[in-house]
Design a protein around this ligand. Structure first.
Ligand SMILES: Cc1cc2nc3c(=O)[nH]c(=O)nc-3n(C[C@H](O)[C@H](O)[C@H](O)COP(=O)(O)OP(=O)(O)OC[C@H]3O[C@@H](n4cnc5c(N)ncnc54)[C@H](O)[C@@H]3O)c2cc1C
Ligand code: SF4
Length: 546
């Protein structure tokens, strides 16, 4: 056995300075990247997501070779590919006679706990290093959370602002005299507001090969593969970041919560896939955004809002995930057990807001935060859909989805399935919110102003019914005092009519079935998905799309 080290890199670890490469000896050690079937299919990821990661991995392997590393890259169809990460590590230890494995911890509990056994199974040392590309370590988050009855992002964010001295004045106070400008950031879009066109990156030969592979092998997965215009190199991702800072950041704050039919991107950055896979550095993005404000090119509400998403929300979400897993994923505080409606995959629903967002998700593997939270997530919350099914959907369909970030956002923020560990109240809304923040209702067959009757917006009755159904659990939440006061003032016959209307809507969800040709192939009982064993009754809608 040689004393060389095998350094395994995962698909979201495409950073030259990552901890697993830190003491790499190019003449002695080997870096391994592998496209494996198990990771591409444990949920049926969107075709664009698989293509993005495979192409970015292939380009990163070239980047490492150019920097002098010895790299082994295993493509999905290489002869001998065992189909799993453990299989590939094991095979290459034999081939290289490596004496040690070094890896940076993965972003999923499922894989992290699997790796704990590798040392025993491989019979050589396996070192799992912390992922210090994040701005708050597990230990620091644990110390911040210790002894707190409630975890709230806002207080965590202030600690992080101070620690990294972002948007702080010389006296150590927040610039502009406030920590948070969120209340300035809720404008609907005016009809005449021009939206900048996000640049598209052209495919090179490597990406074309990957698109061909994904088109053949993953044809049954959800989503359109083309047009494909993601950046797959660090240089192109940085070009997109610079474009955002210059052309979209100035308006990012004002219209952060707005939605418009046919405009999936608005002033959002579209940078999450690159930050999450390691092509962009989160701290540098925050510093670059601050520089835009200091140079007078972007207003404070926009820059503070952007920094809060990355330094605050992104780190907080990750902190909660590692603090609370694996128990976190098991909670179901609102006792939600309805199966995921088929229209989450097909987009075939008369509710225009949902049809639009599912359609954009299918085409782009992207929806912005408010679409994820207040359209798709809100419906799942109001309808009481089983958290695990909703989470598997989010993990599959978005290009930036990894368990550490998808799970708390869905389980905690969108579904309140953690009973309020992450958010202080459920983000439940009637059609009124969607009407205020978008033009979806203008194009819908339902009347958003009506709660009862055949043409009434279904979300209105579902909203009141959600509050009524959960009164025992949520009625004393001070942040819901106003809606519960309004509910209490409602005459009994109106409450009953609303309950009936909601029950009718929910009954149509229960009977809606996928077309015969698209019958899902649910995972088998006992099979692992998302790190949890599937119970026999949980027929997860992981359909085939041909
Ligand atoms: C139900 C639900 C599921 C989500 N799943 C994911 C997911 O799988 N992966 C993911 O990266 N984000 C997820 N988010 C958070 C957020 O919606 C996306 O980060 C954002 O839409 C990405 O688009 P963008 O880059 O244009 O973001 P922008 O609006 O431009 O925001 C800038 C950056 O801030 C960060 N950010 C903003 N909000 C959050 C947040 N709540 N959590 C973590 N980072 C945040 C992202 O890095 C993002 O790129 C989810 C949100 C919800 C409500
Ligand atoms: S009327 Fe209701 S269902 Fe239709 S788009 Fe508006 S909120 Fe959605």
């Amino acid at each position: 056995m040689s004393d060389g080290t095998l350094r395994l890199l995962l698909g979201d670890q495409l950073t030259p300075a990552i901890s697993s490469l830190r003491d790499c000896e190019p003449g002695k050690d080997t870096v391994l990247l592998a496209e494996v079937m198990a990771e591409a299919t444990y949920v049926r990821h969107h075709k664009k997501k698989i293509a993005f990661l495979f192409s970015a991995m292939r380009h990163f392997a070239d980047e490492l070779r150019q920097a002098g590393h010895r790299v082994i890259y295993v493509t999905l169809e290489d002869t001998g590919n065992t189909g799993s990460l453990f299989g590939e590590v094991s095979r290459h230890i034999e081939l290289l006679r490596a004496g040690r494995v070094v890896v940076t911890e993965p972003g999923e509990w499922r894989l992290r706990s699997d790796m704990q056994d590798w040392q025993a199974r491989l019979g050589i040392p396996v070192e799992i290093r912390e992922d210090d590309r994040f701005l708050c370590s597990h230990a620091d988050f644990g110390a911040w959370a210790a002894g707190r009855k409630e975890l709230r992002m806002e207080f965590f964010y202030r600690v992080m602002r101070r620690r990294y001295r972002l948007l702080m004045d010389a006296a150590g106070e927040p610039e502009g005299g406030r920590w948070n400008f969120d209340s300035d950031n809720r404008h609907p879009l005016g009809n005449d507001m021009a939206i900048p066109r996000h640049p598209a990156i052209a495919c090179d030969e490597t990406t074309r090969e990957v698109l061909d592979l994904v088109g053949r092998v993953f044809a049954e997965h959800f989503g359109d593969l083309e047009p494909f215009d993601f950046a797959v190199t660090r240089r192109d991702a940085e070009r997109l970041a610079n474009w955002f800072l210059r052309y979209a950041l100035p308006r990012f704050g004002d219209y952060q919560d707005a939605m418009r039919q046919g405009e999936p991107y608005l002033f959002h950055s579209l940078l999450s896939p690159y930050i999450n896979c390691g092509l962009l550095d989160p701290l540098r993005l925050c510093r670059d955004a601050e520089a835009e404000w200091r140079a007078g090119r972007a207003p404070l509400n926009a820059v503070e809002g952007f920094i809060r998403q990355i330094l605050g929300w992104r780190e907080y979400i990750r902190g909660v995930y590692w603090l609370e897993m694996p128990r976190y994923a098991e909670t179901n505080a609102l006792d939600a057990h309805r199966p995921l409606p088929w229209f989450y995959w097909s987009g075939e629903t008369t509710m225009n807001c949902i049809a639009q967002v599912v359609g954009e998700t299918r085409r782009n593997a992207y929806a912005h935060h408010i679409q994820r939270l207040m359209v798709i997530g809100n419906f799942a919350l109001l309808a009481g859909i089983t958290p695990a099914e909703v989470e598997a959907w989010y993990l599959a369909v978005y290009v930036d989805a990894y368990d550490w970030v998808e799970l708390p956002n869905t389980h905690g923020m969108a579904l309140f399935a953690d009973g309020g560990r992450l958010a202080s109240k459920p983000y439940a809304a009637s059609g009124k919110y969607i009407d205020r923040m978008s033009d979806y209702c203008d194009h819908c067959r339902y009347d958003v102003k009506q709660t009862l009757g055949g043409t009434a917006c279904p979300l209105n009755a579902l909203y009141w019914d959600f509050l009524a159904r959960n009164e025992q659990r949520l009625g004393r939440n001070p942040r819901l005092a106003m809606p519960y006061r309004n509910l209490a003032r409602m005459p009994a016959d109106q409450r009953q009519a609303i309950a009936q209307k909601a029950a009718q809507t929910l009954a149509t969800l229960d009977t809606a079935q996928p077309p015969e040709s698209d019958q899902p192939t649910p995972p088998q009982p006992g099979q692992q998905t998302k790190g949890r064993k599937i119970k026999p009754r949980a027929a997860q809608q992981q359909p085939k799309f041909l």
